[in-house]
Every structure is written in structure tokens, then in C-alpha cells.
Design a protein around this ligand. Structure first.
Ligand code: PRP
Length: 222
């Protein structure tokens, strides 16, 4: 098979990959050995399925690779899909992994006496300026977003802002930084993302893989 005929599946690096791989293996896709070799600098991997290659990229970039059609399918968090809101990305399947929520948080001492209903303007550090802007605009609150790429929970203690919008899973990171959740914006999970043009031009192949993901999630196969 020619390299340019392959279907490319984009997977997110980091924590979520540990939850994603059992699903990928359950649909019958096993990457080449270099995929599990921490010393390898490869970014694109062949698999036991001749028609499928895997790329491993940052979670925000999965949506971008799929939106531009250079990856045909991918696993992306609903946080990332909501943030970019790419028209070219179709996300038909909730994979039931990467479960967490997106919340507004502020210092615990402030939240004890604060009433979010009275806010008219907030300064917020976040990785998600679009979602944050939309959320506060819907509440009639003007949000000034400061974009960070990580370690958002540091921002209030250092005086960058009082509020943050970030993902919360166990809540440990908030607690360790003396922050309290004050509003939940959305429940988050990972979804199968498909490029719409690829879905139209290669419906049989992509449909087969979508069906396999569905079967595994429905417990029809192990
Ligand atoms: C995520 C998120 C929070 C943390 C929440 O960060 O941005 O910081 O996990 O998890 P918890 O509620 O279980 O503590 P991640 O570790 O992915 O790294 P990041 O700071 O680079 O976003």
C-alpha cells in the first residue's frame, strides 16, 4: 500500500494515551514496537493493519491534524473540540474515556465570601480562551482571558488573576494550590473525531473502523 493511501489515526500523547490504547488494541490495531519505546523519537508508526498508521501528537493538535484532513481519524477530548469548533471535524462517538470536567476555580479564601452571580468582569487564566469567553458572554460577564499552556493553577497564587478555567479530574491539583471550584462549564470526555471530507471520500474504510469502535464500546467484542 502506498503511504499516501494509508488511513492516519491521530492519538494524543500524555496521560490520556494509557486510556486510549486498550481501545485501539481492542479494535485490532497494534502499533509497531517503537510506539512503546520511550527512547524512540518516531512520531509516525506503522501498525499490524497495513492500511493504518498512527501519529502521536499533543492533544490540542489532534483536532488540528484531523480538521486539515492530514489525519483521517483521531481521538480528541471534547474540551479541545469545543475550543476549536472546527466545521471539518465530525465527532460521532463518545469513547467514554478521559472523563473530567471543565470548571471555573478561584482561591478557596475568596470563594468563601464570593458570589459568582455578582460578577460583571473577570480576569481568567486558561488554555481555553474561546470556551471561557463564550461561557462568560452567555452569563453577561466580560472575560479577559490570559492564555497559558499548562500549570494554570499557579496563576492565582502568583497574582496573575484570581480565576482560572481548567480541567478538573480528582480535584487534587486544585486542592494542592488552595483553589475551589465555583462553576462547572462542561462535562468532558474523549471522542472519536473524523475528517468530514475523508468520511465522504472513503466511507467504507472509515465506516468499518467507526463500527469496530462502536462494537468494542457496546461490549460486542473483547
Ligand atoms: C490537567 C489539568 C489540571 C489537572 C487536573 O493537567 O489541566 O491541571 O490535570 O487533574 P486533577 O483534578 O486530577 O488534579 P495535566 O496534568 O494534564 O497537565 P497540564 O498542567 O500541562 O495541563
Amino acid at each position: 500500500m502506498e503511504a499516501d493511501e494509508k488511513l492516519i489515526l491521530a492519538l494524543p500523547k500524555g496521560r490520556i494515551l494509557k486510556e486510549v490504547m486498550p481501545l485501539v488494541r481492542a479494535i485490532g490495531v497494534e502499533p509497531e514496537a517503537a510506539f512503546d519505546d520511550d527512547g524512540s523519537r518516531k512520531l509516525r508508526f506503522s501498525t499490524n493493519v497495513p492500511e493504518i498508521d498512527i501519529i502521536r501528537v499533543r492533544s490540542f493538535d489532534v483536532a488540528t491534524f484531523v480538521a486539515f484532513g492530514v489525519a483521517h481519524m483521531g481521538v480528541a477530548g471534547s474540551d479541545v473540540l469545543m475550543e476549536f469548533d472546527y466545521a471539518e471535524v465530525y465527532a460521532p462517538l463518545d469513547l467514554g474515556i478521559g472523563l473530567c470536567r471543565m470548571s471555573v476555580a478561584e482561591p478557596a479564601a475568596l470563594s468563601a465570601k464570593d458570589d459568582p452571580a455578582t460578577w460583571s468582569h473577570v480576569r481568567v487564566a486558561t488554555k481555553y480562551p474561546s470556551i471561557t469567553g463564550r461561557h462568560f458572554a452567555n452569563r453577561g460577564v466580560q472575560a479577559e482571558c490570559i492564555r497559558l499552556s499548562g500549570a494554570i493553577e499557579l496563576a492565582p497564587a502568583l497574582g496573575l488573576c484570581e480565576r482560572i478555567v481548567d480541567l478538573v479530574s480528582s480535584g487534587d491539583t486544585l486542592r494542592a494550590n488552595n483553589l475551589s471550584e465555583v462553576e462547572t462549564i462542561a462535562e468532558i470526555s474523549s471522542r472519536l473525531a473524523i475528517n468530514r471530507t475523508a468520511w465522504k471520500t472513503r466511507p467504507t474504510e472509515i465506516g468499518t473502523w467507526l463500527h469496530r469502535f462502536r462494537e468494542v464500546l457496546d461490549g460486542d467484542t473483547a
